[in-house]
Design a protein around this ligand. Structure first.
Ligand code: F6P
Length: 341
């Protein structure tokens, strides 16, 4: 078989583990040819092909990023995009296509599947918001990095008696904020799932600093917003594609907290540090498991499915069931972050 492989959307640590697993098992055990497409769907549209074999996957397991490159490009949102994808897949005699990506890439995969191409999705995003899977590749590394950052910020917060705001990624779901906030012992965690009340934050900080502490850590997801009808008026800042702008809510909260409490306040926007560098063991293992499951699925003629971690098993879910949905942080996890404040 000739199996196509692409990585789309934002990169994450652990993608190379998935690529390596597809190639090792696909070529080594099944004798398939693995054809990589460079820069996500863009490479399929442009016919930008990179054959993948043992040589290309040597020593990639501990590396971040993606050896195939990636792009935020969706064929179904560009005129002629789907037709161009189909033409390339035919020209390259691709029997099935494995797409590693977040919601956007998987949505595009479902559109290509509708056109008759067997596709297999592998979920990756540091945001952990792909519906149907307990975890996506990259999330564990991002939480590990964010937790270490909070630990480091703790010591400088305490030394200077400051309120330190740490803004982490998460436009639609607050998985990184909530889990790193719990792991790093943040006093306040703000996630898109639970719009906040600035008056409560002010009261909490004043009480804490009066009663027993001289510093506080606030972890905020970039997509967090004030609750409607509360005192802080805030228009979510968006860029030219309608995406939430990094740093905006963190900076705004800094001004608000400083004005209301008089406490010296600083903001750190972690940004792409969360997506870079060496993947954790957990992400290497998840990438490897998903890669093996995807190539096994292709080989056994399963198609239009996504690999998903459910408990301790990797299962296959219908891609159309997953596309377009967001996996939000559940109430019980939000409650843990609140309880430990
Ligand atoms: O989609 C994952 C993500 O890392 C988000 O958390 C973040 O908001 C966004 O990508 C940043 O995108 P870009 O790399 O295009 O700036």
């Amino acid at each position: 078989m000739r199996v196509g492989l692409l990585t789309g959307g934002g990169d994450v640590p652990g993608l190379n583990a998935a690529i390596r697993a597809v190639v090792k098992r696909g070529e080594g055990e099944y004798g398939h040819q693995i054809i990589g497409f460079r820069n996500g769907w863009k490479g399929v549209v442009d016919g930008d092909v990179q054959p993948l074999g043992r040589q290309q996957i040597r020593n990639v397991l501990p590396t971040g990023g993606t050896l195939l490159g990636t792009a935020r490009f969706h064929p179904h949102r560009n005129e002629g995009g789907v037709e161009a994808v189909l033409a390339t897949l035919e020209a390259e005699r691709i029997d099935a296509l494995i797409c590693v990506g977040g919601d956007g890439t998987l949505h595009a995969a479902s559109k290509i599947a509708e056109a008759g191409v067997p596709v297999i999705g592998i979920p990756k995003t540091i945001d952990n918001d792909v519906w149907g899977t307990d975890a996506s590749i990259g999330f564990d590394t991002a939480v590990t990095i964010a937790t270490e950052a909070i630990d480091r910020i703790h010591t400088t917060a305490e030394s200077h008696n400051r309120v330190m705001i740490v803004e982490v990624m998460g436009r639609h779901a607050g998985w990184i904020a909530v889990t790193s906030g719990i792991a790093g012992g943040a006093e306040i965690v703000l996630a898109p799932e639970e719009p906040f009340d600035i008056d409560k934050i002010e009261r909490f900080l004043k009480h804490r600093h009066r009663a027993h502490a001289s510093f506080s850590i606030v972890v905020v997801a970039e997509g967090a917003v004030p609750a409607e009808g509360t005192a802080m008026h805030y228009e979510t800042q968006v860029g030219k594609f309608g995406e939430i702008v990094a740093g905006a809510i963190g900076e705004r909260l800094k001004v608000e907290i400083e004005q209301r409490t008089g406490f010296d306040t600083r903001v750190t926007v972690l940004g792409h540090v969360q997506r870079g560098g060496i993947p954790t063991a957990a992400d290497r293992i998840l990438g490897s498991r998903f890669g093996v499951a995807a190539i096994d699925a292709v080989t056994h003629a399963r198609s239009n499915v996504m690999t998903a971690l459910r408990g301790d098993k990797v299962e296959l879910l219908a891609i159309e069931e997953v596309a377009g949905k967001v996996k939000h942080v559940p109430a019980d996890l939000l409650a843990v972050a609140r309880t430990l404040a």
